[in-house]
Design a protein around this ligand. Structure first.
Ligand code: BT5
Length: 325
């Protein structure tokens, strides 16, 4: 109902719509219209009302509200259900709980800020207002060893969403970082629940520094992190970014279900800033060095080392600073 009301107000692009027209088109009483207007105002929509004239939409809040994400989204699965928080500890934590309780594939959890955003291996993820902190629930019919492919898929979808709505195209550093000019723009944390044979669910957590001012990154992050706004000099529509990401994910996911991950791998290779470079791979107990030569069909990184080509499933990769290509 709120969705219809908002659509009518938007149709009139800032002009007044009478209470009568609203109640006719929504087929509810004028009191009900008034209540729904109150609901929209509570969510942050600025709506003016004037006796005899009716209501007009003055401003849409710059928030990742479900009503905004759904406006023109046109996906079948991804983003059908949107949970939105002004602040939450971690969207991945919320999404895992939802998934465990049976939430359907494609549901997405969004937050304006996270108080305990998580990176991999227990690391912290800084999540101030202005970024996009997103977790997507998937239930792929895949064996657990293929989970990594979904991280690569998300990296490709996020790269292409960024290129579509802003003036920058990031590169992908294996397996989960989006980079611009050597600095980290986004990271992905994929959390998996699985049986021996099949995945139960995957929570794809993605954090992208969208509209975070360059001078916000201080201390440890100053040298290593950046945002779309810092790189392009312009704020980006975060709603448009989320919509583009969900559409890309849907397309790639459906395609992968039908014909496999070939296309995802091809596009990943195109955006990669890792392949062909000298790399150090930090594993739990030691470090390996060599040249990143390719990814295999499961998304593992192949590195040519002094003792032959080795396959890495996990690990932190740093590009060699002396490899200035
Ligand atoms: C990641 O971990 O890159 C995965 C980040 C996933 C965050 C999303 S936000 C939505 C969802 N909910 C969550 O709670 N998490 C996910 P990793 O590769 O371990 O990188 C972590 C490292 O990146 C930290 O140790 C910092 O050095 C750096 N870092 C922290 N915050 C950053 C930021 N905002 N931008 C760039 N780098 C950051």
């Amino acid at each position: 109902m709120k969705e219809t009301l908002l659509a009518i107000l938007k149709e009139h692009s800032g002009a007044y719509v009478s209470g009568e027209e609203l109640s006719n088109r929504m087929q509810v009483s004028r009191t009900a219209v008034w209540k729904h207007i109150g609901g929209l105002r509570e969510e942050g929509y600025e709506i003016e009302s004037a006796p005899r004239l009716g209501y007009r939409l003055v401003a849409v809040p710059d928030l990742l509200l479900p009503l905004e994400i759904h406006d023109g989204l046109k996906t079948e699965v991804m983003g059908k259900k949107v949970y939105h928080y002004r602040e939450v500890d971690s969207t991945n934590r919320v999404a895992r709980e939802l998934a465990r309780a049976g939430e359907a594939e494609g549901a997405v959890v969004l937050a304006e800020a996270q108080s305990a955003g998580r990176g991999r291996l227990g690391r912290a993820w800084n999540s101030p207002c202005g970024g996009i902190w997103l977790s997507l629930i998937l239930r792929p019919k895949l064996p657990p060893y293929k989970a990594q492919l979904l991280t690569l898929m998300a990296a490709v979808a996020a790269t292409e969403a960024t290129a579509a709505v802003s003036a920058v195209t990031p590169g992908i550093k294996w397996p989960n970082d989006l980079m611009i000019n050597g600095k980290k723009l986004a990271g992905i944390l994929t959390e998996v629940s699985a049986e021996m044979e099949q995945l139960n669910y995957i929570v794809l957590g993605l954090g992208i520094n969208a509209n975070i001012p360059a001078d916000w990154f201080a201390g440890e992050l100053e040298q290593i992190a950046t945002s779309i706004m810092a790189q392009s000099g312009e704020a980006v529509s975060r709603v448009a970014w989320v919509q583009a990401f969900l559409r890309n994910m849907e397309q790639e996911y459906m395609q992968a279900e039908q014909i496999g991950f070939e296309d995802v791998l091809k596009r990943w290779r195109r955006y990669s800033v890792t392949l062909g470079k000298g790399v150090d791979v930090q594993l739990a107990d030691h470090r390996e060095s060599g040249t990143a030569v390719d990814i295999d069909e499961q998304g593992a990184l192949l590195v040519r080392t002094e003792s032959g080509v080795k396959t890495f499933w996990a690990g932190d990769v740093s590009l060699r600073p002396d490899d200035g290509k």
